[in-house]
Design a binder for this molecule. Structure first.
Ligand SMILES: NS(=O)(=O)/N=C1/NCCO1
Ligand SMILES: [Zn+2]
Length: 258
């Protein structure tokens, strides 16, 4: 049985197949702004995305993911807390069963209804899969979603959901510009952490934006129509956040860019 988010294969069980779940730099964490230290040496994020690198949108059974061509440097992240150039590989979301929870990171205990992850890999390595297990291999930009006005850019993704309702479905998805999902202000917290899904590699420089973007409650409901289950199997609504139980919420030293 593969990993998921149910009692029998969820976050509390992942350590059985992925012992690094009990590692020293596991994500997500509770970000406590009052405990973050301002680092004047941190640069502003430099994100440049080329919509023509957008390839397809996929239900992989544990999230909805938009995948990018990463054979050139045209969609990439530089500066911020990282050195070198990291290429955008994919972005995906984590969300909950209701609007009061769903984000993986929390801010002084506050949960957002969802969290966007833009996954980039360090071009000092030959590929994403080579980079994914290296301590400086990945940089993931996290953006919180809060309930507010309808988000027309997000809607472009949601409009594709009916064709990828069940696990394993994918469809072509062209000319989407991920920068339309970024907040206006790119101030961020950063810390060294891990993938929040198996294999949980401790290879991620986390860059979590302070400013959320908005989604309407109806748009959040659309995420919940996606299924973990494959076609024909008993429908099993997807909710996809690695949330340790309350007392396990680790707050950890973070730097702040502002
Ligand atoms: N939630 S996460 O840490 O971004 N997890 C992954 N897994 C593959 C790429 O990013
Ligand atoms: Zn993620």
């Amino acid at each position: 049985m593969s990993w998921g988010y149910k009692p029998n294969n969820g976050p509390q069980k992942w350590v059985e197949n992925f012992p690094i779940a009990d590692g020293v730099r596991q994500s997500p964490i509770d970000i406590v702004p009052g405990q973050a230290s301002y680092d004047a040496g941190l640069k502003p994020l430099d994100l440049k995305y080329d919509p023509s690198t957008c390839l397809d949108i996929l239900n992989n059974g544990h999230s909805v993911q938009v995948t990018f061509a990463d054979d050139t440097d045209s969609s990439r992240l530089t500066d911020g807390p990282i050195s070198g150039l990291y290429r955008l590989k994919q972005f995906h979301f984590h969300w909950g069963a209701s609007d009061d929870k769903g984000s993986e990171h929390t801010v002084a205990g506050t949960k957002y209804p969802a969290e966007l992850h833009l996954v980039h890999w360090n071009t000092k390595y030959a590929s994403f899969s080579e980079a994914a297990s290296k301590p400086d291999g990945l940089a993931v930009v996290g953006v919180f979603l809060k309930i507010g006005g309808e988000n027309p850019n997000l809607q472009k993704l949601l409009d594709a959901f009916d064709t990828i309702k069940s696990k394993g479905k994918q469809t072509s998805f062209a000319n989407f510009d991920p920068s339309t999902l970024l907040p206006g202000c790119l101030d961020y917290w950063t810390y060294d952490g891990s993938l929040t899904t198996p294999p949980l590699y401790e290879s991620v420089t986390w860059i979590v934006c302070k400013e959320p973007i908005t989604a309407s409650s109806g748009q959040m409901a659309k995420f919940r129509t996606l299924l973990f289950s494959a076609d024909g199997a008993a429908p099993d609504c997807m909710k996809t956040a690695r949330v340790k139980n309350e007392d396990e919420l680790l707050s950890k030293w973070c730097s702040s860019s502002s």
